[in-house]
Design a protein around this ligand. Structure first.
Ligand code: SF4
Length: 59
């Protein structure tokens, strides 16, 4: 799995609250793909919860 954050993040913090091991929100969210293994379901959950749908999951 690869997590990509495309343009349009509004820095709401939802992804980081769901999975802080992968997502960190500065001006915009960033995903640390090195930490994705073991947190795939949380990444999918964050993708579904993002209010502007900018978290893209590539399987
Ligand atoms: S949930 Fe979406 S909009 Fe909110 S900080 Fe994460 S990527 Fe950005």
């Amino acid at each position: 799995m690869y997590v990509r954050i495309v343009e349009g993040c509004i820095a709401c913090g939802v992804c980081e609250s769901i999975c802080p091991n992968v997502f960190t929100v500065y001006d915009t969210a960033q995903a640390d793909n090195a930490n994705v293994p073991g947190f795939e379901s949380e990444c999918r959950e964050a993708s579904a919860a993002c209010p502007v749908s900018v978290i893209k999951i590539e399987e």
